[in-house]
Design a protein around this ligand. Structure first.
Ligand code: MTE
Ligand code: MO
Length: 237
């Protein structure tokens, strides 16, 4: 499949993105300064990060396939690990924070083309949670579910055990905001950002890969940056 200009990811937030850009224009005119200054003003006043969608790139875009996601807190958040494991488990945020952490700094790359350079993520290597649960011999894959109630993702067991795949608790050296999928999101560093499921609430070990939300809509299940989704000819970096 070759790159297309229209992309289903944009559809659910299209109207809000337009409103965000209109809002930006208004601020730019009112304040009169450079675009950069308008951007920093907005970044300071916009808790969702939605209005940071600016021409020129370098900023995150907010994606959700549902219109709103209820927040989960220290008290209400739980992550379950189940499926083909010896010891199913449920973890609170404090449990996850007490586990070994790893920090990775890479470019974030959405399959639609935007990129955010050198973004730190920090969290528990997924492999640690899989080892703690005791993956059974017949297991081949991992399925991820989210407390937005809709989004799903998947990895092969081999991919899930890579050391650059995290159950992330921090992003950009801060706790992960609600808009970015906090308190816990998956982070799959070597793949397009759609693999990094936000609002992560379930990890289920399975006997085969079950394609995730966007993958059922035509995206590659193996989403290696620069080597999938019709990008195989393009230079990476
Ligand atoms: N639960 C959930 N996770 C998700 C998505 C989503 O819509 N819902 N979108 C994916 C896509 S396509 C991208 S590019 C990133 C966007 O992350 P951000 O909103 O923090 O920029 O989240 C990924 N994870
Ligand atoms: Mo994306």
């Amino acid at each position: 499949m070759k790159n297309t200009t229209e992309h289903p990811e944009g559809t659910p937030v299209g109207r809000r993105v337009v409103l965000g850009l209109l809002g930006l224009g208004a601020v730019g005119v009112a304040a009169g300064p450079s675009l950069e200054r308008a951007q920093s003003v907005l970044a300071a006043t916009d808790p969702t990060g939605l209005t940071r969608l600016l021409p020129g790139g370098g900023a995150f875009r907010y994606y959700s396939v549902v219109s709103s996601v209820p927040a989960r807190t220290e008290r209400t958040y739980a992550l379950t690990v189940d499926g083909l494991v010896e010891r199913p488990a449920g973890y609170r945020l404090a449990d996850l924070r007490a586990m070994p952490q790893r920090r990775i700094v890479r470019d974030v790359q959405c399959v639609t083309g935007w990129r955010v350079p050198d973004t730190p993520f920090e969290g528990v290597p997924l492999r640690h949670l899989l080892d703690a649960a005791g993956v059974r011999a017949e297991a081949r894959a991992v399925r991820f579910t989210c407390f937005d109630g809709t989004y799903t993702e998947s990895l092969t067991l081999e991919q899930a055990r890579r050391d650059d795949v995290l159950v992330a608790l921090r992003m950009q050296d801060a706790t992960i905001s609600h808009a970015h999928g906090g308190p816990v999101r998956l982070y799959v560093a070597p793949m397009y950002f759609y693999k990094s499921a936000k609002w992560l609430s379930g990890i289920t070990v399975t006997s085969a890969v079950r394609p995730g939300y966007w993958e059922r809509n035509g995206y590659d299940v193996d989403a290696w940056v620069g080597r999938s989704n019709g990008r195989d000819d393009e230079p990476t970096g």
